[in-house]
Every structure is written in structure tokens, then in C-alpha cells.
Design a protein around this ligand. Structure first.
Ligand code: SAM
Length: 287
């Protein structure tokens, strides 16, 4: 029988099921059927998911699986799947494992020989990218930036030379500070998009330069409410000199502690500068 069927089959399988990021009708028919027919739903927050399950008439029993109990609760779930249970994993919103719990469970299930199937659906990062109008052929997902400004600025510094579109998650508590730090680290002229409350009543997708967006959101309390995806255009391909300069800066710091080849490899990974160009400076410095 084909594995493409909607029905979970006997033998114990983990279904990683994406749920809506706001609009409850964004649950696919296959996700609904999988949740309805699973033996058990492992949910990040059972009370939060109850509304979704009720809305779709799903009566399957739920158990909590969150970042604090993932190790022990996950081991128990793996035993149940080995014994034949079909279990669906969901998080509060969107795709499990994407800035959400589930990684340990999926890893443990696969290590125990339990088959794992994705039931794809909403993901805020991809939804935002699809509507942003920024280059979408290559992008990097950075999840949440650090909560404290110094650590956030340090992380952003390592991303200055990135040429791919950058995607961040942010909450209402920090959106103003994060936009401020983005301006400080990437410059106000960089193109960006702030996608807020996607699929919900107050959905807003703002575009502009980082300076414009920082001002617009900073000046309007309504634009600071809800959930956010921030997308920033990568540094321009023809801005190669700036990327190389940043690569050199990082390479010099790292090469004080590491062998030159390792320092060049890491500096290239961090900044996007060509590794060979960084390494080539080694001999010149020594000379
Ligand atoms: N697993 C989810 C996914 O697939 O997108 C993400 C979970 S993460 C804990 C929650 C963050 O995702 C929010 O703080 C926000 O940055 C982003 N997010 C979730 N829903 C959103 C929405 N409707 N509009 C904009 N951003 C959203």
C-alpha cells in the first residue's frame, strides 16, 4: 500500500503535522484526517491546541510534549510507537521543529527505527517569504535573535555580509529594539519587510528600507502588536568588496586563535566571503 494514503497505517509511525499560524481553516484535509485517526496527539500545549481540535471536530486524546519534558515524554512516546501506536506531533502554531519543540522526538523516533512522516502546511517564515517580494531563490532562516541587545548585535554583526535573504522571528516585546539594532548593524538603507499577524485579522506586510520600517513601527503602537517575521534582503552581490572586508575582519580575529585554514573556513562560513581569498591573505601577512 502506498505511503501517500491519508490514513495512518498500523505499525507505529510519527506524523509531524503542521497546524495553522492564525487562521484555523489553514489546516489541510490530510492534516485533519491524520490528527483524527492518530492514536494520540503530542501537543506543545494541550489547552492551546484544544481550540483547533474542537474547531475541526477532532476528538483524539492529547498529551503534552514541550521543551521541558521532551526527553522523558519523548522516550515514552517512542516506546508506544514501537508497540504500534500512530502518534501525531503538533506545536502551538505552524510547523513543529521550526522554532518549536519536536527535534528530540523526531531524532529519537528515527534512531529507534520508527518511521517519521511530515504532513506539511503553514510555516510563518515561508508564508512571509512568499508575500515579501524579496529574493526568494536563496534564503537563510535565523529564527529568534538573542533577547539581550549586546548578544543580538553580536549575532547581527556575523550576518552583515550574508548575501541571501535573511528571515527572523520576533515577538511584540522586542520588535522595536530589533529593528533598531538591524539599522545599526546593517545600515538604514537595506531593503526589508516586516510581516505581522499573517493570516489573521490585522495582517500587515510592510516593506521599505530598514530605517523607514524602524521609524514606521516605532511610531505606531498598533504596528508593534502581535507576531512578526522580519525579512532583510541580503547584501548585494555587487557589494562583494564589503563582504570581503567583513570576511577579513572576522578572519583576523579567528586566526589569532586558530590555524589559518580553519580560521579562513570559519570566517567564510560566517560572512559569506570566499574562503580562498581570505586564506590567500595569510602568506601576505606573514611576509
Ligand atoms: N513553528 C512556527 C512556524 O512554523 O512558523 C513558529 C513558532 S515560533 C514559537 C512563533 C513565532 O513565529 C512568532 O513569535 C512569530 O515570530 C512567528 N509567527 C508565528 N505565527 C505568525 C503569524 N501569524 N504572523 C507572523 N509571524 C508569526
Amino acid at each position: 500500500m502506498s505511503r501517500q494514503d491519508d490514513k495512518p497505517v498500523a505499525g507505529g509511525r510519527l506524523f509531524v503535522v503542521a497546524t495553522p499560524i492564525g487562521n484555523l481553516d489553514d489546516l489541510s484535509p490530510r492534516a485533519r484526517a491524520t490528527l483524527a485517526q492518530a492514536d494520540l496527539i503530542a501537543a506543545e500545549d494541550t489547552r492551546h491546541s484544544a481550540a483547533l481540535l474542537r474547531h475541526h471536530g477532532i476528538a483524539t486524546r492529547t498529551v503534552a510534549l514541550h521543551e521541558h519534558n521532551e526527553r522523558e515524554a519523548g522516550a515514552d512516546l517512542v516506546r508506544r510507537m514501537q508497540a504500534g501506536a500512530n502518534i501525531a506531533l503538533i506545536s502551538d502554531a505552524g510547523t513543529p521543529l521550526v522554532s518549536d519543540p519536536g527535534y528530540r522526538l523526531v531524532r529519537a523516533a528515527r534512531a529507534a527505527g520508527v518511521a517519521v512522516s511530515p504532513i506539511p502546511g503553514a510555516c510563518a517564515a515561508i508564508a512571509a517569504l512568499s508575500a515579501a517580494g524579496l529574493p526568494s531563490d536563496r534564503f537563510v532562516f535565523e529564527g529568534f535573535l538573542p533577547a539581550k541587545s549586546a548578544a543580538r548585535r553580536a549575532t547581527l554583526q556575523t550576518l552583515r555580509g550574508e548575501t541571501r535573504t535573511l528571515i527572523f522571528y520576533e515577538s511584540s516585546h522586542r520588535i522595536v529594539e530589533t529593528l533598531h539594532d538591524l539599522v545599526a548593524e546593517f545600515g538604514g538603507e537595506r531593503e526589508a519587510v516586516v510581516a505581522r499577524e499573517l493570516t489573521k485579522q490585522f495582517e500587515t506586510v510592510l516593506d521599505g528600507t530598514l530605517a523607514q520600517l524602524s521609524e514606521r513601527v516605532g511610531d505606531d503602537a498598533n504596528q508593534q502588536r502581535g507576531e512578526f517575521v522580519v525579512l532583510v534582503k541580503g547584501t548585494d552581490g555587487d557589494d562583494a568588496a564589503a563582504v570581503l572586508a567583513e570576511g577579513m575582519r572576522v578572519y583576523q580575529i579567528l586566526s589569532a586563535e586558530l590555524p589559518p585554514s580553519r580560521a579562513a573556513k570559519l570566517a567564510a562560513e560566517i560572512t559569506g566571503a570566499p574562503r580562498k581569498a581570505l586564506y590567500a591573505t595569510h602568506g601576505r601577512e606573514d611576509a
